[in-house]
Design a protein around this ligand. Sequence first.
Ligand SMILES: [Zn+2]
Length: 321
Amino acid sequence: MSMIYRPRRLRATGGIRSMVRETVLMPANLVYPLFIVPGTNVKREISSMVGNYHLSADNAVELAREAYALGIPAVLVFGLPEYKDERGSSAWDMSSPVQQAITAIKQAIPELVVISDVCLCEYTSHGHCGLIHGQQVDNDATVPLLAQVALSHAEAGADMVAPSDMMDGRVAAIRASLDNSGYSNVSIMSYAAKYASAYYGPFREAADSAPQFGDRRAYQMDPANSREALREVALDIEEGADIVMVKPALAYLDIVRQVKDEFLLPVAAYNVSGEYAMIKAAAAQGLIDEPRMVIESLTNMKRAGADIIITYHALDAVKWL
Ligand SMILES: [Zn+2]
């Protein structure tokens, strides 16, 4: 049988395959999330996300050091505060665990990029991402508080702030607040297209942020929509976002690709807790090859257009590359 083009020729050996590989996942593509709790010498495994921990600031520094030594350039910090109230005021309290951890990590590892999650849901008694009026989250009353949270993270030393709340207009307010206080070099990675997703389930335990009533569908996006994602991204870019994020990742790779094609900013994808937990659960039952599935999933996020991948697999993935 004579054929002019045989695609299998270029798959014949590992050497040839490596020459024609289009997407290569690198440690520099990854961001490792850390969950900061009060106290010292705390390292408690999060049962819904095995292999991830609630960490006091001192232990967060140690894990951040490990990530940096493996070539991972950035961590994304989430805070679990000492106290919660209706307004989420521990979110901008400079003595709260996450502000303390940001400062400690930057002092210990100045070259490591510290990104901070900016939201109120870990800090409010009701677990919503903003102020509550009646049964609604009040967008415009929430935005100045988010700007205050972002400013407190910048003051603590964060290189980048990442608003995850999905309030309208918050990127512009955060940019103005940072600029007015001398933090024009602090960048904004906006959760631009964040969907109201069942894939966030295990995170609620990690961040102790489950809403006490209702759900987040009045501010996070409908999973059925893609054109709306592009409008959300366009708005955040107009308001001053430096990096735009799509969350979750695996079930939303079409959105990642559309955002990448449509806009010129770097694109981040958040490989969320449910995606992580599915792989972990299947691996624990011996149903899948965990290292292969992790590397395949993360590589395909990059192939879809993600420049930056936030993932709980980061430390393992680097070892498996
Ligand atoms: Zn939130």
